[in-house]
Ligand binder design. Structure first.
Ligand SMILES: [Zn+2]
Ligand SMILES: [Zn+2]
Length: 143
């Protein structure tokens, strides 16, 4: 079971800083929000990892900042053009108390399963998705 949440870094040059992590207890945890810098650190030989300059780009002073970074990373992955449905669906964009409901075959998606909602041409925008989605938060699952 994968578990995704914010943790504090332990025993590293940025110990105490917050990062958004994924993975399993048995298979090991990995940093998801500052992933590029974390990859750079892990690419260094084991004995040199602690001294890697990439650490300066890993970690956030508060848990809120780590959640916000993960959200920003995921919103960069938002795909507004490439996912289509076989059947028509009503646009899910909120409109007052109701929803837009204009028929569409297009989805706005953040893979693998963060956000998948049919949205019409008018509402298939990053602004609409940001208003509809407050993720990622904490979650666990098999993907
Ligand atoms: Zn981060
Ligand atoms: Zn709409």
């Amino acid at each position: 079971m994968q578990a995704h949440t914010v943790q504090q870094l332990q025993e590293c040059p940025r110990a105490g800083m917050y990062v958004y992590t994924g993975g399993t207890e048995r298979g090991g945890r990995h940093i998801e929000c500052c992933a590029e810098a974390a990859r750079t650190v892990m690419a260094a030989p084991a004995g040199e990892r602690a001294a890697s300059p990439a650490w300066k780009d890993i970690g956030h002073p508060t848990a809120e900042a780590a959640y916000a970074h993960m959200r920003a990373v995921l919103l960069e992955r938002l795909d507004l053009e490439h996912t289509t449905l076989a059947d028509w669906a009503g646009c899910r964009a909120p409109l007052g108390e109701a929803r837009c409901d204009v028929p569409t075959k297009r989805l706005a998606s953040i893979e693998p399963a963060y956000f998948h909602e049919p949205l019409c041409d008018e509402h298939r925008t990053r602004e609409t998705v940001e208003a509809m989605w407050d993720g990622p938060g904490d979650w666990s699952g098999s993907w």
